[in-house]
Design a binder for this molecule. Structure first.
Ligand SMILES: Cc1cc2nc3c(=O)[nH]c(=O)nc-3n(C[C@H](O)[C@H](O)[C@H](O)COP(=O)(O)OP(=O)(O)OC[C@H]3O[C@@H](n4cnc5c(N)ncnc54)[C@H](O)[C@@H]3O)c2cc1C
Length: 459
């Protein structure tokens, strides 16, 4: 089919997940003509298989724990059981409402939404359902899939997050392979739902991308919650007989379980989509892009999980918006990857931004750190949670890392990211007033202390 006006766009976007749809919405707002190609559901992984459904499960998990722990607060509650049908109805309802809203939003803009599996067939053409969409610019946003390991087939009671999101029962025993973000979030959910949980992690610590102090605190908290974990140990094989899975480890140990959740990371969805044929440079399947999200082929951009870096929805949103503005000629400022907030929603929650202590030492040489324990924070005492706020600053310079752990601490990442991204000095933050009694005060107190004027803390 030849390029006709109705098949020619300023931007053709392949993939309607966080990165792709954010780009489409912003581009339409800027008056650019846009085609958005999606083979599954608008909203992608985040809305249907990732952020939103997992956080609904984590909230149900919190409700279960609250029911169990009422006595601690003088309230007579008892925990009866988790009804997975009810949990799924609640979770699916949340997803459905957001999905409907997003569909309405895309419909309300002048975006040509094209359903079907697309493929890049030339430097400026995406073919979908026999139609050739010509773009002055192409944006690749095909996202990621749950990886497995060699010899580990996803079948029956061996699952990734894709299947685990739709369980209609609570397994008595769960082994989680992988102690990264997705692994510890699911471990937290299963434990709260009543499963006996063991995490297997090949690296020396859980959430290994976080500051070491955060891993230590999480491990302490998980031990307290009776979530077992084995670090520095590798998976060696698995067998499945009926509903029982036997997980063998390189240490020689075998663990029997009712469900094996494989959470060993996510790989880019780029195979067979014509990227290499179009001359785009890939590295182990990832699309390489510069700080302006440009691939090596002029006019082709890549955003979201297919680009090496943090696989987070808000990074995808930011990159999608960036590309739309760049194409519209607005010359937006480039995105600082270190300035992207990171939250892990297990109990206790982890929130961080910027450099860990080890990374900061390597990058800046001389640094200072300060840990403010939540023990001194009124609201955290009220919530009966422990944890800390850890600050990392360049010696006599700005705060370059904020690392927090404790119930609900994810909510504090908003201010932490302003501090990092505005290159605030501890003294700049120390003069801001934090409402009492909030957990937000812990962030303020940590800065007061680092600025040399501690209030509810020892110097
Ligand atoms: C269990 C889980 C929990 C998560 N929790 C969080 C969280 O709490 N916070 C957070 O920030 N991030 C979270 N994430 C990560 C987040 O979901 C991703 O970073 C985000 O979805 C990436 O957006 P994307 O646009 O790059 O890709 P995706 O959202 O994967 O979207 C890609 C889209 O492209 C479509 N597509 C692929 N190939 C084609 C093709 N050939 N033709 C047409 N369409 C195609 C797919 O159907 C999909 O809809 C989580 C992920 C998982 C799996």
């Amino acid at each position: 089919m030849s390029a006709t006006a109705e098949n020619t766009f300023d931007i053709v976007i392949l993939g309607g997940g966080s990165g792709g749809y954010a780009c489409a919405l912003r581009a339409a707002e800027l008056g650019l003509s846009v085609a958005l190609v999606e083979k599954g559901k608008l909203g992608g992984t985040c809305l249907h298989m990732g952020c939103i459904p997992t956080k609904a499960l984590l909230h149900a998990a919190e409700v279960a724990d609250t029911a169990r722990e009422g006595q601690q607060f003088g309230v007579k509650t008892t925990f009866e059981s988790v009804d997975m049908n009810g949990v799924n109805a609640y979770k699916d309802g949340v997803v459905a409402r957001l999905y409907k809203g997003l569909q309405g939003l895309v419909k309300s803009k002048s975006i040509e939404y094209v359903e079907g599996e697309g493929r890049v067939v030339a430097k400026n053409v995406v073919e979908v359902a026999g139609r050739q969409l010509v773009g002055k610019n192409l944006v690749l946003a095909t996202g990621s899939y749950a990886k497995s390991l060699p010899g580990l087939d996803i079948t029956g009671r061996i699952m990734t997050s894709d299947q685990a999101l739709f369980l209609d029962f609570v397994p008595p025993r769960v082994v989680v392979l992988g102690g990264g973000v997705i692994g510890v979030e699911f471990a937290s959910v299963f434990k709260s739902f009543g499963s006996e949980v063991t995490i297997i992690e090949a690296l020396p610590r859980l959430v290994a991308a976080e500051d070491e102090a955060i891993s230590k605190q999480l491990e302490r908290s998980f031990r307290k919650r009776k979530i077992s974990f084995k670090t520095n140990v590798k998976f060696s094989g698995v067998t499945q007989s009926g509903d029982v899975v036997s997980v063998a480890l390189e240490s020689g140990e075998t663990i029997e379980t009712d469900l094996l959740l494989v959470a060993v990371g996510r790989g880019p969805v780029t195979a067979g989509l014509g990227y290499e044929e179009a001359g785009i440079t890939l590295d182990r399947g990832y699309v390489l892009a510069n700080e302006r999200c440009q691939t090596n082929v002029e006019g082709i951009y890549a955003v979201g999980d297919i680009v090496p870096g943090l696989q987070l929805a808000h990074r995808g949103f930011a990159q999608g918006i960036f590309v739309a503005e760049h194409i519209a000629g607005l010359n937006p400022p480039v995105i600082d990857e270190m300035g992207i907030p990171r939250v892990t929603y297990c109990d206790p929650e982890i929130a961080s931004i910027g450099y860990t202590e080890a990374q900061a030492k390597e990058k800046f040489g001389e640094i200072e750190t300060y840990d403010y324990g939540l023990g001194g924070n009124g609201k955290s005492q009220i919530l009966a949670t422990s944890g800390f706020v850890k600050l990392v600053r360049q010696k006599d310079g700005p705060v370059v890392g904020v690392h927090m752990i404790g119930a609900r601490m994810g909510e504090q990442v908003g201010e932490a990211q302003l501090i990092y991204n505005w290159e605030a000095l501890p003294s700049d933050v120390a003069q801001l007033i934090h409402a009492h009694p909030t957990q937000n005060e812990a962030l303020g107190e940590a800065h007061l202390a680092l600025a040399g004027k501690p209030l509810h803390a020892h110097a």
